[in-house]
Design a protein around this ligand. Structure first.
Ligand SMILES: C[S@@+](CC[C@H](N)C(=O)[O-])C[C@H]1O[C@@H](n2cnc3c(N)ncnc32)[C@H](O)[C@@H]1O
Ligand SMILES: [Zn+2]
Length: 219
């Protein structure tokens, strides 16, 4: 495996404030397509332990805008918990048009995750990859990647066409509901003429926290 930088060379990436979310990782120089950029480091834990930690941290950081969980699925048995200072790759944000991909080399105890460039990168490009989240609790993960094909939520490529259909249905249903409420309001106004000034209150509260979510990045 080719590591793009070693200890005698300055890193080819740098951490900076991101336009997507909080902090991100950026190319510090031009990087060629296919080049390995940095390894996703972390503690190797079981899925069961990952679920426990995920729920614990999610509860702890509820209501904040912090990146909450840094769990990366290695295989059916193991997950890497990358919530460590010496794992800068944990700061790489998701994009619906990512310029990097996560590649797993080796198996079992030997398995390693590396982020590699999917295309040629310029110095200053923010690194991104597809977190691969499934549709469970997608509403809890709005996406601000800003790419042309952004679906509005952080979900993996395999789930995006299904999500688009789901969102279309949802919007259509909301449109119908609004139209029927409007009709009802008109009728209510007519009925209540002369009875004082009733004010219409919106019941449109957003359900901002979806329940259980392991937030594992799947490859
Ligand atoms: C692994 S952290 C990435 C680093 C994060 N920017 C930080 O400073 O901690 C994952 C979190 O970053 C945020 N994030 C990553 N990609 C995002 C995107 N495309 N849109 C919105 N938020 C994103 C979400 O809060 C997510 O839970
Ligand atoms: Zn997006």
């Amino acid at each position: 495996m080719v590591q793009a930088s070693d200890e005698t060379q300055p890193p080819i990436w740098e951490i900076r404030t991101s336009g997507i979310h909080n902090q991100g990782v950026f190319a510090a120089c031009p990087i060629k397509k296919g080049e390995s950029i940095l390894q996703y480091l972390g503690e190797r834990i079981t899925h069961e332990e990952a679920d426990r930690r995920g729920l614990e941290r999610e509860a702890m950081l509820a209501g904040t805008d912090e990146g909450q969980v840094y769990l990366f699925t290695l295989d059916d048995e193991w997950v890497l918990d990358g919530n460590e200072e010496d794992n800068p790759a944990r700061l790489i944000n998701h994009s619906c048009e990512p310029n990097c991909e996560a590649i797993i080399y080796g198996e079992g105890e030997e398995a390693e995750i590396w982020l590699a460039a999917k295309r040629n990168l310029k110095a200053g490009d923010e690194l991104s990859f597809d977190y691969g989240f499934d549709l469970e609790s997608y509403e809890g993960h709005p996406c601000r990647c800003g790419s042309k094909s952004c679906v509005g939520f952080i979900v993996g490529e395999d789930y995006r066409s299904k999500l688009k259909k789901l969102l279309k249905k949802k919007r259509a249903a909301e449109g119908e509901e609004k139209a029927s409420t409007k009709g009802k309001d008109k009728k209510d106004k007519k009925d209540k003429k002369g009875k004082g000034r009733d004010k219409v209150k919106s019941n449109d509260k957003k359900n901002d926290k979806a329940g259980k979510d392991r937030k594992k990045k799947r490859k």
